[in-house]
Design a protein around this ligand. Structure first.
Ligand code: CP
Length: 322
């Protein structure tokens, strides 16, 4: 296919073929990470900047390493210690850094729509690394990649997304992407943590019965309770939440034999799921992190290197080591 998008702002915007294009390209980039020289020259001379206004461990480091594996120059901006503390706006901050000759911003922000705003005001590519409670498209893509790699398909699977749906950009990106590829998605959690009306916007099922969901699903993707967004105000106690909605060994006895457990991280161990499940044989949590690198290489390559209308899968040089 011909990739023409300079930005990746969400999976709601993407078509099925575009999602498959990213996943297939990520599979070929994953092979690069198994080589002795884990680097290709695809983005040599390009500049990729991490612009993070919210904390991150996985996404920021994964994008930074992905850009380096593609031979791009990288810069990292965090709002603490910057001129944001003197009142500089988001747009002014980004435009001033862009003036240094930037090709792409990877943006995380607590405000939903912040990357979309930047995409309107900047010349360079903008990739959403998580905006408020809206979308986290590369997390959705790496989750879908991991499900496809582990289960061999997406079509026809029943995927449960468990927990704090209300505050979760991961839930939204997963649901958009998975349903476009033919999976059935069920959001499961306490009623106050599932936004009213979400079924009218997305093709998802709603459940409040974790045991039923554990029995009937192929994938259990547990979400972090976002205490920093006051999610703790939506249920009486953490102990009660863990007992009624958390995954534990007893509950998993009902699960299908090939069922996998996922979590985007960071984990509240003992709340969303017990440590023995997080570290156990059904868990693919670290494989999600591993796959995130390949997915982000594919996204950077497509948006920064191929978005000028080049065919993907033709004479790209991502397979050639330096
Ligand atoms: N999954 C995820 O977005 O993790 P970080 O907040 O550490 O980037």
């Amino acid at each position: 296919m011909i990739w023409t998008r300079p930005h990746l702002l969400g999976l709601q915007d993407l078509g099925r073929e575009e999602i498959l294009c990213i996943l297939d390209l990520a599979a070929s980039f994953k092979e690069v990470s198994s080589r002795s020289i884990k680097k290709v020259p695809a983005l040599r001379g390009r500049v990729v900047v991490n612009l993070f206004f919210e904390a991150s461990t996985r996404t920021s480091n994964s994008f930074a390493l992905a850009a380096k594996r593609l031979s791009a120059d990288t810069m990292s901006f965090t709002s603490s210690g910057s001129s944001v503390s003197k009142g500089e706006t988001l747009i002014d901050t980004a435009r001033n850094i862009e003036a240094m000759g930037v090709d792409a911003f990877v943006v995380r922000h607590s405000a939903s729509g912040a990357p979309h705003l930047l995409a309107k005001h900047l010349q360079c590519s903008v990739i959403n690394a998580g905006d408020g409670c809206h979308e986290h498209p590369t997390q959705g893509l790496l989750d879908i990649f991991t499900i496809r790699e582990t289960m061999g398909r997406i079509e026809g699977l029943r995927v449960a997304i468990l927990g704090d749906i209300r505050h979760s950009r991961v839930a939204r990106s997963n649901a958009w992407g998975l349903t476009k590829l033919g999976a059935r998605v069920v959001f499961c959690g306490p009623p106050p943590l599932i936004p009213r009306g979400i079924k009218e916007c997305m093709d998802v099922e709603i459940s409040h019965d974790v045991d039923e969901v554990v029995e009937s699903c192929d994938v259990l993707n547990c979400l972090r309770i976002q205490f920093e967004r006051k999610a703790g105000n939506y249920f009486p106690s953490v102990r009660e939440y863990a007992a009624i909605f958390g995954l534990n060994g007893e509950r998993m006895k009902r699960a299908r034999p090939g069922c996998i457990i996922m979590h985007p991280g960071p984990i509240n161990r003992g709340i969303e799921l017990t440590p023995e499940l997080a570290d156990g044989p059904k868990s693919v949590i670290l494989r999600q992190v591993e796959n995130g690198l390949a997915v982000r290489m594919a996204v950077l390559y497509l948006c920064v290197g191929a978005s000028r209308g080049h065919a993907v899968g033709g004479d790209r040089d991502e397979g050639r080591t330096e």
